[in-house]
Ligand binder design. Structure first.
Ligand SMILES: *Cc1c(COP(=O)(O)O)cnc(C)c1O
Length: 357
């Protein structure tokens, strides 16, 4: 293996998608593969998800959708966020559906299949409720096909949060207005968390993201399998005496003689510098702590008196099944979410390898 690599287990992705498709019951499932499949690789993830029962793909940008088409993927695709300079009309010949949040965006499309997005309280994109009647009227009068009405939830990962029901109510109101305007759209609202917790909000289609990659957005236990493992190698090993310090700023001093392993992954490879002195790694089935500051290309691991050799494999995070840390553990340690950890793993110097193809 290379000095640092991400291994993506497509069997885990298929397991997760099959579980989520089952939980979505009658609704169709969209596999969201934006940001290069949350850092896992959009095309392999899309193929794995489709083979496990997903019937739609979701991308942020039209360019991401077009890349899926260029890879030969023919499943329906929805893309939903581009800057105003992007030529949305390229979606039409590619057969890509476009999320539309305003009359202005609609005006840039002709002969397209569109999903009208209503803002129900997230206040990012989506049409504000007061402009919604104008948007549905304009869409009904245009030569675009309105396939669906959709929205996105702000607090689905906090089951019972009052915003969920409020957004659902606003969503239903917006749908009724679309129907009154003569449209007969499908509906989609649920992300991973709502797919798992709110069957009443599945409607016609659910949009599966983080859970498909095996990371659980909910406080409850779910039978998901994290798909990504981050590995590196021991480059060298040395013994230091008590009183010696490690790495920039000498923030850690050995209380007794110990063996240090130099590992070939640093913050340029996706190890947050905030993990300095705060995380451990797995080497030969043992957890050993990171000592001192995380550097650009390397970290120093304190192996105590446990045998370790140059060339040994190091697991930085993975599914946790062999005692290694998880991406979720990293995120909790530094005050972020696991979404940010895995999407941050797409780096030119870190090779990506697939298993279970
Ligand atoms: C990213 C995204 C999703 C998936 O959300 P998860 O929390 O990862 O399941 C669904 N819908 C939209 C509009 C998104 O941007």
């Amino acid at each position: 293996m290379s000095r640092a690599e991400v291994v993506v287990d497509l069997n885990a992705v298929r397991h997760n998608v099959a579980l989520l498709v089952d939980r979505a019951a009658g609704a169709e499932s969209m596999a969201v593969v934006k940001a290069d499949g949350y850092g896992h690789g959009a095309v392999p993830i899309a193929r794995a998800a489709l083979s496990a029962g997903a019937t739609w793909l979701g991308s942020c940008t039209l360019a991401e959708g077009l890349a899926l088409r260029e890879a030969g993927i023919t499943a329906p695709i929805l893309s939903w966020l581009d800057t105003p300079d992007v030529d949305l009309s390229a979606a039409v010949p590619a057969g890509i559906d476009v999320g539309v949040s305003s009359v202005e965006e609609l005006g840039r499309l002709s002969g397209a299949r569109v999903h009208l997005k209503v803002d129900t309280g997230l206040n990012r994109n989506g049409c504000p409720p007061e402009l919604w009647p104008d948007l549905v009227r304009a869409a009904a009068a245009s030569d675009n096909e309105v396939y669906a009405v959709w929205s996105h939830l702000a607090c689905a990962d906090e089951p019972g949060h009052p915003a969920i029901d409020l957004q659902a109510k606003r969503f239903t109101d917006a749908y009724d207005i679309a129907v009154s305007a003569g449209l007969n759209p499908r509906r989609h609202l649920a992300n991973s968390a709502a797919t798992l917790t709110r069957p009443d909000l599945h409607f016609d289609l659910v949009r599966l993201g983080i859970a498909m990659y095996g990371l659980n957005p909910l406080p409850s236990n779910e039978n998901l399998r994290p798909a990504m493992t981050f590995r590196a190698k021991v480059a060298s090993v040395k013994r230091i005496p008590a009183g010696e310090s490690v790495s920039y700023g000498q923030t850690w001093t050995a209380p007794h003689d110990t063996t240090l392993a130099l590992v070939t992954a640093g913050y340029a490879d996706g190890v947050p510098r905030l993990l300095s002195n705060r995380m451990s790694v797995l080497i030969n089935d043992h957890r050993h702590p990171i000592r001192g500051r995380v550097c650009m290309d390397q970290i120093v691991i304190d192996c105590g008196d446990t045998p370790v050799s140059p060339g040994d494999d190091v697991t930085l995070f993975g599914p946790g099944t062999h005692g290694e840390p998880t991406a979720t553990e990293w995120a909790e340690t530094i005050g972020t979410i696991d979404y940010e950890i895995v999407t941050g793993m797409y780096r030119p110097r870190v090779t990506r390898r697939y298993v279970g193809e």
